[in-house]
Unconditional design. Structure first.
Length: 280
Protein backbone atom coordinates (compact mmCIF):
# COMPACT_ATOMS: atom_id res chain seq x y z
CA UNK A 1 0.00 0.00 0.00
CA UNK A 2 1.25 3.44 -1.01
CA UNK A 3 -0.12 6.38 0.96
CA UNK A 4 0.10 9.23 -1.52
CA UNK A 5 -1.45 11.99 0.63
CA UNK A 6 0.26 12.89 3.92
CA UNK A 7 1.16 16.05 5.84
CA UNK A 8 4.08 16.99 8.09
CA UNK A 9 4.89 19.79 10.54
CA UNK A 10 6.04 21.89 7.58
CA UNK A 11 2.33 22.67 7.13
CA UNK A 12 -0.44 21.48 9.46
CA UNK A 13 0.71 17.96 10.31
CA UNK A 14 2.09 16.76 13.62
CA UNK A 15 5.16 14.74 12.57
CA UNK A 16 8.38 15.72 10.86
CA UNK A 17 9.02 14.12 7.45
CA UNK A 18 11.58 11.82 9.08
CA UNK A 19 9.06 10.72 11.72
CA UNK A 20 6.47 10.25 9.00
CA UNK A 21 8.78 7.87 7.14
CA UNK A 22 9.49 5.98 10.36
CA UNK A 23 5.75 5.61 11.01
CA UNK A 24 5.16 4.40 7.46
CA UNK A 25 7.83 1.74 7.90
CA UNK A 26 6.24 0.63 11.18
CA UNK A 27 2.88 0.42 9.41
CA UNK A 28 4.36 -1.83 6.74
CA UNK A 29 3.56 0.57 3.90
CA UNK A 30 5.28 0.29 0.52
CA UNK A 31 6.02 4.02 0.39
CA UNK A 32 4.55 7.49 0.88
CA UNK A 33 4.23 10.87 -0.76
CA UNK A 34 4.48 14.06 1.30
CA UNK A 35 1.85 16.60 0.20
CA UNK A 36 2.07 19.52 2.60
CA UNK A 37 -0.28 22.46 2.12
CA UNK A 38 1.12 25.09 -0.25
CA UNK A 39 4.79 24.27 0.37
CA UNK A 40 7.53 21.92 -0.75
CA UNK A 41 9.77 22.87 2.18
CA UNK A 42 9.70 19.40 3.76
CA UNK A 43 10.75 17.52 0.63
CA UNK A 44 14.51 17.67 1.20
CA UNK A 45 14.09 16.13 4.67
CA UNK A 46 11.70 13.55 3.24
CA UNK A 47 14.17 12.52 0.58
CA UNK A 48 17.02 12.32 3.10
CA UNK A 49 14.86 10.16 5.36
CA UNK A 50 13.92 7.91 2.46
CA UNK A 51 17.55 7.44 1.51
CA UNK A 52 18.76 6.93 5.08
CA UNK A 53 16.00 4.46 5.95
CA UNK A 54 15.93 2.82 2.51
CA UNK A 55 12.25 3.59 2.04
CA UNK A 56 10.54 4.79 -1.17
CA UNK A 57 9.21 8.36 -1.00
CA UNK A 58 7.70 10.76 -3.51
CA UNK A 59 7.63 14.54 -3.44
CA UNK A 60 4.31 16.32 -3.49
CA UNK A 61 2.27 19.37 -2.54
CA UNK A 62 -1.40 20.21 -1.93
CA UNK A 63 -2.36 23.62 -3.30
CA UNK A 64 -5.32 25.49 -1.81
CA UNK A 65 -7.67 26.71 -4.54
CA UNK A 66 -11.16 28.14 -4.79
CA UNK A 67 -13.76 27.61 -7.49
CA UNK A 68 -15.64 30.47 -9.08
CA UNK A 69 -18.70 29.54 -6.99
CA UNK A 70 -16.68 29.92 -3.79
CA UNK A 71 -16.19 26.24 -3.00
CA UNK A 72 -12.73 25.13 -1.88
CA UNK A 73 -10.81 22.86 -4.24
CA UNK A 74 -7.48 21.20 -3.51
CA UNK A 75 -4.91 20.16 -6.09
CA UNK A 76 -2.10 17.70 -5.52
CA UNK A 77 1.17 18.12 -7.38
CA UNK A 78 3.54 15.16 -7.58
CA UNK A 79 7.16 14.64 -8.59
CA UNK A 80 7.98 18.26 -9.23
CA UNK A 81 11.69 18.22 -10.18
CA UNK A 82 14.20 20.21 -8.17
CA UNK A 83 14.56 22.87 -10.85
CA UNK A 84 10.79 23.46 -10.85
CA UNK A 85 10.19 23.71 -7.13
CA UNK A 86 11.01 27.40 -6.73
CA UNK A 87 8.33 28.26 -9.28
CA UNK A 88 5.72 26.35 -7.30
CA UNK A 89 6.88 27.85 -3.99
CA UNK A 90 6.58 31.37 -5.43
CA UNK A 91 3.09 30.55 -6.73
CA UNK A 92 2.01 29.32 -3.28
CA UNK A 93 3.68 32.02 -1.19
CA UNK A 94 0.72 34.48 -1.33
CA UNK A 95 -1.63 31.69 -0.21
CA UNK A 96 0.55 30.88 2.80
CA UNK A 97 0.91 34.52 3.79
CA UNK A 98 -2.83 35.09 3.46
CA UNK A 99 -3.63 32.02 5.56
CA UNK A 100 -1.20 33.09 8.28
CA UNK A 101 -2.80 36.53 8.41
CA UNK A 102 -6.30 35.01 8.52
CA UNK A 103 -5.35 32.77 11.45
CA UNK A 104 -4.01 35.78 13.35
CA UNK A 105 -7.20 37.72 12.59
CA UNK A 106 -9.24 34.78 13.90
CA UNK A 107 -7.08 34.72 17.03
CA UNK A 108 -7.70 38.41 17.63
CA UNK A 109 -11.46 37.94 17.10
CA UNK A 110 -11.48 35.23 19.75
CA UNK A 111 -9.49 37.43 22.12
CA UNK A 112 -12.08 40.18 21.73
CA UNK A 113 -14.78 37.63 22.52
CA UNK A 114 -13.01 36.67 25.75
CA UNK A 115 -11.36 33.40 24.75
CA UNK A 116 -7.95 32.68 26.35
CA UNK A 117 -5.90 32.73 23.15
CA UNK A 118 -3.05 34.94 22.00
CA UNK A 119 -1.04 35.42 18.84
CA UNK A 120 2.10 34.41 20.71
CA UNK A 121 0.68 31.09 21.88
CA UNK A 122 -0.66 30.23 18.43
CA UNK A 123 2.59 31.19 16.71
CA UNK A 124 4.58 29.12 19.22
CA UNK A 125 2.93 25.97 17.82
CA UNK A 126 4.08 26.61 14.26
CA UNK A 127 6.46 24.23 12.53
CA UNK A 128 9.78 25.07 10.86
CA UNK A 129 8.11 27.25 8.21
CA UNK A 130 6.28 29.38 10.76
CA UNK A 131 3.01 28.66 8.96
CA UNK A 132 -0.20 28.84 10.98
CA UNK A 133 -3.49 26.94 10.87
CA UNK A 134 -6.79 26.90 12.75
CA UNK A 135 -5.82 23.62 14.43
CA UNK A 136 -3.27 25.57 16.49
CA UNK A 137 -6.02 27.85 17.78
CA UNK A 138 -8.05 24.82 18.78
CA UNK A 139 -5.03 23.25 20.48
CA UNK A 140 -4.62 26.40 22.59
CA UNK A 141 -8.28 26.10 23.61
CA UNK A 142 -7.80 22.41 24.43
CA UNK A 143 -4.78 23.31 26.58
CA UNK A 144 -6.99 25.87 28.35
CA UNK A 145 -9.47 23.03 29.03
CA UNK A 146 -12.31 24.72 27.14
CA UNK A 147 -12.78 21.59 25.00
CA UNK A 148 -11.31 18.14 24.60
CA UNK A 149 -11.20 17.65 20.82
CA UNK A 150 -10.12 19.64 17.79
CA UNK A 151 -13.20 19.17 15.65
CA UNK A 152 -15.98 19.02 18.23
CA UNK A 153 -18.80 21.37 19.17
CA UNK A 154 -16.59 24.36 19.98
CA UNK A 155 -14.78 24.11 16.65
CA UNK A 156 -18.09 24.11 14.78
CA UNK A 157 -19.30 27.09 16.82
CA UNK A 158 -16.18 29.14 16.14
CA UNK A 159 -15.27 28.24 12.58
CA UNK A 160 -18.33 26.92 10.76
CA UNK A 161 -21.50 28.52 9.39
CA UNK A 162 -24.19 28.76 12.05
CA UNK A 163 -27.85 27.74 11.89
CA UNK A 164 -28.88 31.29 10.94
CA UNK A 165 -26.40 31.32 8.07
CA UNK A 166 -23.85 33.61 9.71
CA UNK A 167 -20.20 32.53 9.91
CA UNK A 168 -18.56 31.58 13.18
CA UNK A 169 -16.69 34.40 14.87
CA UNK A 170 -13.34 32.82 13.99
CA UNK A 171 -14.23 31.65 10.46
CA UNK A 172 -11.22 31.80 8.15
CA UNK A 173 -11.31 33.57 4.82
CA UNK A 174 -8.13 33.96 2.80
CA UNK A 175 -6.76 34.22 -0.72
CA UNK A 176 -6.57 30.94 -2.60
CA UNK A 177 -5.48 30.08 -6.12
CA UNK A 178 -7.44 29.62 -9.31
CA UNK A 179 -7.64 25.83 -9.88
CA UNK A 180 -6.71 26.18 -13.53
CA UNK A 181 -3.72 28.37 -12.69
CA UNK A 182 -2.57 25.86 -10.08
CA UNK A 183 -2.74 22.99 -12.56
CA UNK A 184 -0.79 24.99 -15.12
CA UNK A 185 1.82 25.89 -12.50
CA UNK A 186 2.34 22.27 -11.46
CA UNK A 187 2.54 20.99 -15.02
CA UNK A 188 4.82 23.77 -16.28
CA UNK A 189 7.15 23.07 -13.33
CA UNK A 190 7.44 19.46 -14.53
CA UNK A 191 5.02 17.80 -12.10
CA UNK A 192 1.80 15.80 -12.28
CA UNK A 193 -1.44 17.53 -11.23
CA UNK A 194 -4.17 15.58 -9.44
CA UNK A 195 -7.61 16.66 -8.20
CA UNK A 196 -7.66 15.91 -4.46
CA UNK A 197 -10.63 14.30 -2.64
CA UNK A 198 -13.31 15.66 -5.01
CA UNK A 199 -16.07 14.18 -2.86
CA UNK A 200 -15.21 16.39 0.11
CA UNK A 201 -16.16 19.65 -1.62
CA UNK A 202 -18.11 18.21 -4.59
CA UNK A 203 -15.58 19.43 -7.13
CA UNK A 204 -16.58 17.08 -9.95
CA UNK A 205 -18.04 19.86 -12.10
CA UNK A 206 -14.61 21.51 -12.30
CA UNK A 207 -13.02 18.48 -13.93
CA UNK A 208 -13.43 19.40 -17.64
CA UNK A 209 -11.69 22.76 -17.13
CA UNK A 210 -8.92 21.18 -15.09
CA UNK A 211 -8.34 18.52 -17.74
CA UNK A 212 -8.07 21.25 -20.36
CA UNK A 213 -5.47 22.95 -18.14
CA UNK A 214 -3.37 19.77 -17.94
CA UNK A 215 -4.77 17.70 -15.05
CA UNK A 216 -3.33 14.18 -15.07
CA UNK A 217 -5.08 12.33 -12.25
CA UNK A 218 -7.85 12.17 -9.68
CA UNK A 219 -7.72 11.05 -6.03
CA UNK A 220 -10.33 8.30 -6.03
CA UNK A 221 -9.45 6.73 -2.70
CA UNK A 222 -9.64 9.05 0.31
CA UNK A 223 -11.43 8.99 3.70
CA UNK A 224 -13.70 11.89 2.61
CA UNK A 225 -14.76 10.15 -0.61
CA UNK A 226 -17.71 7.84 -0.01
CA UNK A 227 -18.43 4.83 -2.22
CA UNK A 228 -20.48 6.92 -4.63
CA UNK A 229 -17.70 9.50 -4.91
CA UNK A 230 -15.14 6.79 -5.61
CA UNK A 231 -17.36 5.28 -8.27
CA UNK A 232 -17.74 8.68 -9.92
CA UNK A 233 -13.95 9.12 -9.84
CA UNK A 234 -13.48 5.81 -11.61
CA UNK A 235 -15.99 6.75 -14.32
CA UNK A 236 -14.48 10.19 -14.87
CA UNK A 237 -10.94 8.83 -14.89
CA UNK A 238 -11.91 6.50 -17.72
CA UNK A 239 -13.74 9.26 -19.59
CA UNK A 240 -10.88 11.76 -19.43
CA UNK A 241 -7.92 9.36 -19.43
CA UNK A 242 -6.82 10.21 -15.88
CA UNK A 243 -4.73 8.07 -13.56
CA UNK A 244 -6.04 7.21 -10.08
CA UNK A 245 -4.40 7.98 -6.75
CA UNK A 246 -5.26 7.40 -3.12
CA UNK A 247 -4.11 8.53 0.30
CA UNK A 248 -5.10 8.94 3.92
CA UNK A 249 -4.63 12.73 4.25
CA UNK A 250 -2.80 11.91 7.48
CA UNK A 251 -2.10 14.85 9.83
CA UNK A 252 -1.39 13.09 13.13
CA UNK A 253 -3.03 14.76 16.14
CA UNK A 254 -4.06 17.75 14.01
CA UNK A 255 -6.21 15.58 11.77
CA UNK A 256 -9.74 14.26 12.03
CA UNK A 257 -8.79 10.75 13.12
CA UNK A 258 -7.48 9.52 9.80
CA UNK A 259 -4.75 6.88 10.09
CA UNK A 260 -1.57 6.63 8.05
CA UNK A 261 -2.19 4.03 5.34
CA UNK A 262 -5.97 4.10 5.84
CA UNK A 263 -6.33 4.78 2.12
CA UNK A 264 -3.82 4.45 -0.65
CA UNK A 265 -2.83 2.91 -3.95
CA UNK A 266 -1.47 -0.52 -4.79
CA UNK A 267 1.27 1.18 -6.77
CA UNK A 268 2.31 4.66 -7.88
CA UNK A 269 0.47 5.62 -11.07
CA UNK A 270 2.65 8.65 -11.83
CA UNK A 271 5.89 6.70 -11.50
CA UNK A 272 7.92 6.40 -14.68
CA UNK A 273 7.95 2.63 -14.12
CA UNK A 274 4.15 2.30 -14.21
CA UNK A 275 2.23 2.02 -17.46
CA UNK A 276 -1.34 2.29 -16.12
CA UNK A 277 -3.30 3.55 -13.15
CA UNK A 278 -3.49 1.35 -10.09
CA UNK A 279 -6.28 0.41 -7.78
CA UNK A 280 -6.58 0.11 -4.04
Amino acid sequence: MWDLHTHSHWSDGELSPFELVQSAIQKGLSGIALTDHDTLSGIEELERAGKELDFPVYSGIEISCIQQDGRPLHLLGYEIPADGRQKVELFCRPIRLARNQAVLESTRALQRAGYPVSEERVQAMAGPNGDLCKQYIMQVLIDAELCTELYGTLYKTLFKKQADGTPGIAALSFLAASPEDAVECIVSAGGKAVLAHPGQYDNFSALPRLVDAGLGGIEAFHPKNDAQDTGKCLELAKKYGLFLTGGSDFHGKYGEGEQLGECGAAYVPFSKDVKKAGEV
